[in-house]
Design a protein around this ligand. Structure first.
Ligand code: C5P
Ligand code: C5P
Ligand code: ZN
Length: 489
């Protein structure tokens, strides 16, 4: 991989050294560090990496996990007067705000979002792949960026490599052939493997390989989707029963990870035959892919499989318990893990409730000329709206139309929008980061993000105007126009 983009990687890693120096300068003098991170799986993983790094340095610090960069963070910084602020998995989109409100604070930004605003403040040190032409949406996540800084601070932080990958999986960066991680993520995979913490296997990529009974794993899969089996537990049970191997080990239902080679092959062949009989060749090609196994974790727990781990972390952030997620990233396998598993159950129930709610009435999911909009209003929690948008975007009949889902935040008289789109729409020129930025700023709000996934907050009385403008902007992008956003990339 380094052969493909040697210069951009070298430059990025040199900047990681500079970020590490900025951190150590403060901690060497026993300065106080105030950290802020994003509340999704990637942000919580980044917070875990940073906590471990600062613990190793014996630093005094505090970490808070937030949904976005806004005045609340500014107020906390000016109240705490830290010697250093670290922002992870967000910050690059808010350089103007930081320059305006807290230009004299030392700030280290460890982020992978598109960059907006002036980059010339000598007090700010930013490590961001976009600066070097590396795609932050697919080649490294916020926790990965935090990892490169942590590794530059102390090589012992190589033990954070698996956590850095959990963030990348949470941000759905495994979009390369066979669901693999590439780019800077591949360097992290190599570190994790050489430290004896990770094994990359080729296997069926269904979600739940460690924790879900096989038939339930097949019944709950959306990627790959198996018509006639997915969503139908009885059919799924019949399907695996017909394979003729034991489904239980004692009292316990077996999971995919419990199958031996021969049993696994049987399952795989049966699925391929079934899909071929339905003419679904491409789904057959997508059955097998990279599986990221955290070899030091107990089998049959969500922490052993990278994708399951990322969903667990996401739930801690989105259900207001990010400190649980951070504790797990730092190695807590007792109280925190038990609590997180319970939280995950509640999180799943909430998501299912919201998905059914959307499906109940047509006016809850409306189709416009160039976009779809979910009117979550007061029915969907604003911290979970992003997950709802991520799940539903792949179920829409026109995959060139992005999905914008919103929920009201009554206390702030604002709506939180989460936009998601598809690879096909990106190919046609859609960039949701630009759309959210331009449409929100024109409507007294704030927004930004990646080309494929972006968000915004706008005042409630501007919701319709914002939707109208986003619809128009996407239309222009689909016609080939590159919008004059503030993003340099
Ligand atoms: O702030 P952050 O980058 O961590 O958030 C990215 C969000 O966007 C994730 O929650 C993920 O669901 C979504 N995403 C996506 N496809 C990508 C990258 C991100 O759906 N390629
Ligand atoms: O909140 P949500 O998951 O929809 O965010 C999608 C992506 O857009 C995330 O990477 C998030 O950090 C980014 N975002 C942003 N500015 C906002 C809202 C979201 O950069 N105001
Ligand atoms: Zn991220």
């Amino acid at each position: 991989m380094t052969q493909q983009q040697p210069e951009s990687f070298t430059k990025f890693l040199a900047q990681a050294d500079i970020a590490a120096k900025a951190i150590k300068e403060v901690t060497d003098k026993d300065g106080f560090v105030s950290c802020f991170s994003h509340l999704d799986a990637d942000g919580v993983a980044a917070a875990g990496v940073i906590s471990k790094m600062l613990n190793r340095l014996g630093a005094r610090y505090r970490i808070r996990v937030m949904q976005w960069v806004d005045e609340k963070i500014i107020a906390e910084v000016t109240a705490d007067k830290p010697n250093l602020v670290i922002m992870s998995d967000f910050g690059s989109g808010y350089l103007d705000l930081l320059n305006e409100k807290i230009p004299n604070y030392k700030i280290v930004i460890l982020d992978h979002h598109q960059i907006t605003g002036k980059q010339d403040n000598p007090n700010f040190t930013m490590l961001n792949p976009h600066v070097y032409g590396i795609d932050g949406a697919t080649e490294v996540s916020g926790s990965g960026v935090a990892y490169f800084a942590a590794r530059a601070v102390d090589p012992a932080n190589i033990d954070c490599a698996p956590i850095a990958l959990i963030g990348a999986l949470g941000d759905m960066q495994d979009k390369y052939e066979g669901r693999s991680l590439k780019g800077l993520n591949e360097l992290i995979v190599n570190d994790a493997v050489s430290a004896g913490l990770l094994k990359v296997e080729k296997d069926l990529t269904f979600f739940g390989r460690e924790t879900r009974p096989i038939h339930r794993m097949l019944a709950t899969t959306t990627n790959p989707f198996i018509p006639g089996v997915s969503g139908q537990e009885t059919e799924a049970l019949n399907f695996v029963t017909n394979l003729g191997f034991p489904l239980k080990n004692g009292d316990k239902l077996r999971s995919l990870c419990d199958l031996n080679q021969e049993e696994r092959k049987k399952l795989c062949t049966a699925l391929a035959d079934y899909l071929l009989s339905k003419g679904l060749h491409t789904t057959v090609d997508n059955l097998i892919g990279n599986v990221y196994v955290l070899v030091k974790e107990e089998p049959n727990t969500a922490l052993r499989d990278g994708r399951e781990f990322s969903v667990l972390l996401n739930s801690t952030g989105r259900m207001d318990r990010p400190s649980l997620g951070i504790a797990i990233c730092m190695g807590d396998r007792k109280a925190a893990l038990g609590d997180a598993n319970k939280l995950l159950e509640d999180y799943r129930k909430s998501i299912n409730k919201y998905l059914s709610w959307v499906a109940e009435k047509p006016e809850r999911l409306r189709e416009f000329e160039n976009i779809y909009v979910i009117y979550g209003e007061n029915a969907i929690n604003e911290k979970i709206i992003g997950t709802v948008s991520s799940i539903l975007v792949s179920t829409l009949s026109n995959n060139l139309k992005p999905l914008l889902a919103f929920a009201n935040i009554e206390a702030e008289k604002a709506a939180k929008f989460s936009g998601r789109t598809t690879e096909a729409a990106l190919q046609k020129g859609v960039n949701l980061g630009d759309v959210m930025l331009i449409a929100s700023e024109a409507n007294a709000g704030k927004g930004g993000g990646h080309n494929i996934a972006a968000g915004a907050q706008v005042p409630l009385d501007k919701v319709e105007a914002f939707i109208k403008m986003a619809d128009e902007l996407v239309g222009r992008q689909l016609k080939g126009e590159k919008l004059a956003g503030k993003n340099p990339s």
